[in-house]
Design a protein around this ligand. Structure first.
Ligand code: COA
Length: 308
């Protein structure tokens, strides 16, 4: 069966860094509180830079890493919930910048599960034979949706973009997705023109119950045991959520790579940024068994099993 293999990865975060100490000057908080409750030490802030500009930079790096020319792309999918442009969509803006003129272009709004959603769609296009080379991007600038006077939310978020190129390959694989589950929830919302609103404890509980559940489901579908997985690449929302998921799965924390300390929660970008770091640091090995899991506003959550 034809399946999409990760042929290359790329990521980009803006230059401006706001450390926890910088936030101490904006709201009543402390570096110690933020680190203890979330694991976050700093976040990158887009400023004038748009979501599409960040997406283009990540995309170029992924294409270069994959050794694929933009004109070979059949499809560009962007997971984003914070694009400045309502239309054209971000995928069209990326297509224009990188010259991928054969590619179909779609955005998916699925908040922090945005990358899982485009991953599933990309695989479906490849398995159906409609696409051979697919560019998947997660890009967000939640710093624009956060109220920098609200210490309960602003400390969590940062900006960035990550991208992968999937290439169709004949594979003997059990790769599959158990995405995406959708249920309207009120614990994390954002109306147009307003700041995001969140019930942190409710979101925390939602993640701790749903993420291990959906990971178990995708592993059952792939006929894999938790112990057989080399790495669980989770959405980087809170280090304590990642620890809680590891505990519930009875898996060692070391199998849960994280970079939340440096970036905070970059929404749809967090999983592909982590995949890029995994790849470029030499930790990625062919045949490695990886689980991805995203969760967040919607409420939306999902998981995928893949072989590198
Ligand atoms: N600095 C210092 N104190 C803070 C604070 C901050 N940034 N934010 C909240 N507090 C205070 C609260 O006012 C409260 O004070 P009180 O006890 O005097 O009332 C106390 O800390 C505890 O607040 P609480 O909201 O119960 O803390 P918490 O342990 O639940 O941590 C979050 C708050 C937001 C870090 C945590 O709930 C969380 O990460 N939830 C998940 C959010 C998430 O991941 N969202 C994105 C999903 S994709």
């Amino acid at each position: 069966m034809k399946n999409g293999r990760i042929a290359g990865t790329g990521s980009y975060v803006p230059e401006t860094i706001w450390k926890n100490e910088d936030l101490e000057k904006m709201v009543e908080t402390s570096d110690a509180w933020i680190r203890e409750r979330t694991g976050i030490g700093a976040r990158h802030i887009a400023g004038e830079e748009t979501v599409a500009q960040m997406a283009v930079k990540a995309a170029r790096r992924a294409l270069e890493n994959a050794g694929i020319c933009s004109t070979e792309l059949d499809l560009i999918l962007v997971g984003t919930s914070s694009s400045e442009s309502i239309f054209p969509n971000t995928a069209c803006l990326v297509q224009d910048e990188i010259g991928a003129f054969r590619a179909a272009c779609l955005d998916v709004s699925a908040a922090c599960t945005g990358f899982l959603a485009v991953y599933e769609l990309g695989q479906l296009y490849i398995r159906s034979g409609k696409a051979k080379n697919v560019l998947l991007i997660g890009a967000d600038a939640l710093s624009r949706l956060a109220d920098w006077h609200d210490r309960g939310t602003c400390i969590l978020f940062g900006d960035g973009a990550g991208a992968i190129v999937l290439t169709a390959e004949e594979q003997e694989t059990k790769a599959c997705e158990r995405s995406i589950r959708w249920r309207k929830g009120v614990s994390l919302t954002c109306e147009k023109g307003t700041y995001l609103q969140m019930d942190g404890r409710a979101v925390f509980q939602f993640a701790l119950s749903r993420v291990p559940e959906v990971i178990r489901e995708v592993l059952a579908e792939a006929d894999m045991a938790v112990e057989e997985i080399d790495a669980f690449i989770l959405h980087q929302a809170n280090s304590r959520i990642i620890d809680g998921v590891a505990k519930r799965l009875k898996a060692p924390k070391e199998k849960f790579p994280r970079n939340i300390e440096a970036y905070g929660n970059t929404c749809a970008a967090s999983i592909p940024i982590l995949l890029d770091e995994w790849n470029r640091s030499g930790r990625a090995q062919k045949g490695q068994r990886i689980v991805l899991s995203g969760f967040g506003a919607g409420l939306i959550w999902g998981a995928a099993y893949l072989e590198w």
